[in-house]
Write a protein that binds this ligand. Structure first.
Ligand code: GAL
Length: 440
């Protein structure tokens, strides 16, 4: 293993989402989903990390970790608890949290929507209802107007494709549907919400000193054919790639609707993002089948591949394959808005970080403008339907006492942030090439 170095203006950060860490809110769709018994370990986001109350302590920890930037989410239901009624307490809280980050020289990247929304929005039909777009815009305009003195980097929507797959195809996330018509309608609304949100944010900064940076955090995966010699498997992998990510990259990036969303440019041609956000975790192997449902739902893991605790393949090269392709197509700066892994014992996470950062460093060396890396995640948290049982954190969390503990990975990341490098010494101290376990 060789040392790796990053440019001095490269930013290292951590990423979180409001619902996964804050706790204490009952006015959102995920609290209800948990109440209805859908979480595997029967936990609820009501507890999470109690970050809403402990944000000062957590920001101290982030400062000690030495991150230069932090991606955090806002909980819409705390800001707009009833349609059109905004909560001063909610806004003040986020303003205080962001100010504290800035006091520690941590640049905020703020996500406006990360899978959770107010119950009133859910009860109107959520993103499937066309009114969702104007509801979202009202919230966006309001909060951006308030926070723009503190924030200039925004993610409008996190992973629309993941929301649609789990919420409208598999039905395991709220609203629990398995309905392709509803899925298409919802996808259109999410794309339009981003496009209009992007324009609204830029409009709100007109005349301001800062120009905002606005983008989407896209969940991107590698889909590869199970049998390399099978043209049908190649076709199935390409189809998965197109449906799961291609239509969102084009839709949200260029305002271009592709089938099954439609065709053409509903809001005109343009560029609707200032950076490309990539959330990268894994690769799927795809096998062709005539069963249309299986064609998109059956994702396999390569034979003998290393996997994490959730059975996801660890495939560092994927980050390069995606970044190269995106750079070629969109010619925009890239932020790795999420990358991390579920490793209960923290045995392979340092190696995972090294292997992915090595890809990032070599992309930069070849001229691809990757500017930031946000590790998912700062602290073990409420991992959607996995509940509290899937630890992705640099820090461990004891949910009973809410005590945060440094993992070896956190110490490793601290050194990375400080040195903007992984040196020979760090390799000896933290890494272990034997750490990965193949799927048994
Ligand atoms: C992403 C998601 C995060 C987090 C992560 C780990 O898809 O944006 O909220 O849960 O996966 O599974």
């Amino acid at each position: 293993m060789e040392s790796i170095f990053f440019p001095s203006d490269f930013l290292f950060g951590t990423a979180t989402a409001a619902l996964q860490i804050e706790g204490g809110d009952t006015n959102n769709n995920w609290y209800r989903w948990a109440q209805q018994g859908h979480i595997k370990d029967n936990t609820s986001p009501l507890r999470a990390n109690d970050h809403w109350k402990r944000f000062k302590e957590d920001i101290e920890l982030l400062a000690e970790l030495g991150v230069q930037t932090h991606r955090m989410g806002l909980e819409w239901s705390r800001i707009e608890p009833e349609p059109g009624r905004f909560s001063q307490e909610g806004i003040d809280h986020y303003a205080e949290e962001i100010s504290l980050l800035k006091k520690h020289n941590i640049r905020p990247l703020v996500t406006l929507y990360h899978f959770s929304h107010p119950l009133w929005f859910e009860d109107k039909g959520g993103w499937e209802n066309e009114e969702s777009i104007s509801d979202f815009l009202r919230y966006v305009r309001f909060i951006v107007e308030k926070l723009k003195p503190l924030v200039s980097d925004w993610v409008t929507i996190n992973e629309p494709n993941v929301l649609l797959s789990y919420g409208y195809v598999l039905g395991t996330w709220p609203p629990g549907k398995q309905d392709s018509q509803a899925m298409i309608q919802t996808a259109k609304n999410l794309v339009l919400a981003h496009l209009k949100g992007y324009m609204a944010i830029h409009e709100l900064y007109q005349g301001e000193k800062e120009t905002p940076l606005v983008g989407v955090a896209h969940h991107l995966r590698i889909f590869s054919p199970l049998h390399l010699l099978s043209p049908l498997d190649h076709f199935a992998a390409a189809l998965n790639d197109f449906v799961f990510q291609g239509i969102f990259l084009e839709g949200m990036g260029r305002g271009r609707f592709l089938p099954p969303l439609g065709s053409g440019y509903p809001l005109g041609r343009g560029r609707f993002q200032d950076f490309l956000g990539i959330n990268y975790y894994s690769r799927d192997k795809i096998q062709f089948t005539w069963n249309p449902q299986e064609l998109f739902a059956k994702r396999l893991v390569a034979k003998n591949a290393p996997t994490n605790n959730l059975g996801w393949e660890i495939y560092p090269k994927g980050i390069s394959l995606l970044a190269r392709r995106l750079w070629k197509t969109y010619r925009l700066p890239i932020f790795i808005t999420e990358n991390g892994t579920c490793d209960r014992e923290d045995v392979f996470r340092p190696q995972f970080i090294y292997d992915h950062l090595k890809e990032v460093a070599s992309l930069i060396a070849s001229g691809i403008p990757i500017q930031r890396y946000y590790h998912w995640t700062f602290i073990d948290n409420f991992e959607w339907i996995e509940g509290e049982s899937a630890p992705f954190g640099l820090f461990a969390n004891d949910y009973q006492t809410q005590k945060r503990t440094w993992r070896k990975s956190a110490e490793f990341y601290q050194e990375i942030c400080k040195k903007k490098a992984i040196t020979e010494k760090m390799i000896q101290k933290y890494l272990n090439t034997e750490a990965y376990k193949p799927l048994s």
